[in-house]
Design a binder for this molecule. Structure first.
Ligand SMILES: NC(=O)c1ccc[n+]([C@@H]2O[C@H](COP(=O)([O-])OP(=O)(O)OC[C@H]3O[C@@H](n4cnc5c(N)ncnc54)[C@H](O)[C@@H]3O)[C@@H](O)[C@H]2O)c1
Length: 287
């Protein structure tokens, strides 16, 4: 159902890889709410081709950009203004990747070049986006920028590895840049801290199935889906949230305020398989 919340607005959605991606759902909802958009993803992801299906469906041009490249990101803003015919009203940063997680390097055996890459792709890219946009006057006064985060920025969760540090940095950038961008141009910068979600990036997290089930049992409203997240992003892009900025907004069915729930306790008492994360010598494999 459309409420026309983004009627006449122009947006850029970074990070739609396939139809499981949170960014994919956000792009669909944004257009449904009356926006015109461009899409961007890493050149390799664009070559994989699934995003072109979304581009055709939404009549949205796709502008490839490696999130670690300032000039690529700047080009996305410049091209988007050209294509959409003016300044941008909303931006979604939905980008995350850790080579350490991919290569199964544990947190106490981190490769530091990979860690730097994790930060560059997953967090510093947000700063690069904001700086490129501000220097090129690419975001309209009162515009709204959202990046997607996870509660591992505040609480330690088994197996989330250096992505936890990347999310802490991402949320800090939202606050630091949000101050400057808000003061000078009334642009809002926030992060949305989303429930575990079964996407390509989500499935890379160690023990994702158990984590997903645990979060779902703990949250009184259950896990928020990618579609739910898209709805929340739309409200944050709309004029209904003009005074919300520099916030990390939990979108997790209440998980972040829980300590223990009946549903989780009940499952715990059935006893879980404690051997799953043990080395053959019985020592725990920390993530
Ligand atoms: N899935 C979850 O459980 C969950 C929970 C909370 C937050 N998030 C966050 O949501 C965001 C979107 O992830 P998702 O779950 O939709 O998974 P996804 O795999 O669909 O999206 C991740 C995107 O990052 C892009 N990307 C990776 N490296 C890049 C690079 N160098 N340049 C440009 N783009 C690059 C990928 O191509 C992909 O489109 C991420 O920031 C993720 O950390 C996910």
């Amino acid at each position: 159902m459309s409420y026309n919340l983004l009627k006449g607005k122009k947006g850029i959605i970074f990070g739609a890889l396939n139809d499981k991606s949170i960014a994919w759902k956000v792009a669909e909802r944004a257009v449904e709410e009356g926006a015109t958009i461009t899409l961007s993803n890493a050149p390799v992801a664009v070559r994989m081709g699934e995003i072109s299906v979304l581009g055709e469906k939404l009549n949205a041009e796709i502008i490839p950009a490696d999130a670690t490249s300032y000039s690529d990101l700047e080009n996305v803003f410049l091209k988007s203004m050209e294509i959409l015919g003016g300044q941008i009203d909303f931006v979604l940063h939905s980008i995350g990747m850790s080579p350490n997680v991919r290569k199964k390097r544990t947190y106490d055996d981190i490769d530091y070049d990979m860690m730097a890459k994790t930060f560059d792709i997953s967090a510093i890219s947000f700063h690069k986006m904001l700086q490129a946009a501000k220097k090129n006057h690419a975001i309209a006064d009162g515009g709204s920028v959202i990046a997607l985060s996870y509660i591992a920025a505040q609480r330690t969760l088994f197996g989330y590895n250096d992505m936890a540090d990347a999310k802490a940095l991402l949320e800090s950038i939202a606050r630091s840049f949000g101050y400057i961008y808000g003061r000078e141009h009334g642009v809002r910068v926030n992060t949305i801290s989303q429930s575990p979600t079964m996407t390509t990036a989500g499935s890379g997290i160690k023990g994702m199935t158990s984590l997903f089930d645990f979060a779902n049992r703990m949250a009184p409203l259950g896990n928020a889906t990618a579609e739910d997240c898209a709805d929340y992003c739309i409200v944050m892009f709309s004029d209904l949230t003009r005074k919300v900025t520099m916030q990390n907004l939990y979108h997790d069915g209440g998980f972040s305020s829980m300590g223990m729930s009946y549903r989780a306790m009940n499952q715990y008492e059935k006893s879980l398989n404690e051997d799953e994360f043990l080395n053959p010598d019985g020592s725990v494999i920390y993530g």
